[in-house]
Design a protein around this ligand. Structure first.
Ligand SMILES: [Zn+2]
Length: 147
């Protein structure tokens, strides 16, 4: 049943806003694991599919694994949404696929997850709504010249 913090590719958590940052929840959990409040086995219970995705196609993470300190931390992105049809719940690969979806689909949710392929630590980094109707802020800021 897992510890409840892990990311389940088949049952992603509900998103409460257009962009949700899980950095604080992640920090809290890491400190609880370090203090022994949460068992490592509970925190490091990554779904087998997530571990496989991290190992095979995961992107590089910002640093080492916060639990085992190995350089085996990877980031994986998943997309979900009714308008994605059969593609809902798939891992983003190759990277360009995300841009294609953003150009073709009106709205979907993207989840960025980190997973350690060694100790199986996993946590959501952030989630955001993307698609044709949801241009990302970075893109909007670049367009300063008008028309
Ligand atoms: Zn680890």
């Amino acid at each position: 049943m897992g510890g409840g913090n892990g990311f389940d590719p088949h049952d992603p958590p509900r998103v409460s806003g257009p962009v949700v940052d899980y950095g604080l929840a992640r920090k809290v959990l890491i400190s609880e694991v370090r203090r022994g409040v949460v068992a490592t086995t509970d925190a490091c219970d990554a779904h087998p599919e997530l571990v496989r995705a991290g190992r095979n196609i995961g992107g590089e993470a910002a640093g080492p694994c916060p639990v085992c300190s190995h350089e085996t931390l990877r980031t994986v992105r998943y997309v979900y949404g009714d308008e994605l049809g059969r593609d809902s719940g798939k891992v983003v690969y190759p990277e360009e696929w995300l841009a294609e979806l953003e150009a073709a689909v009106a709205e979907f949710t993207c989840y960025e997850v980190e997973v350690c392929t060694d100790c199986h630590w996993n946590h959501l980094i952030r989630s955001y709504v993307a698609g044709k109707g949801h241009r990302r802020v970075a893109q909007r800021q670049r367009r300063s010249g008008g028309a």
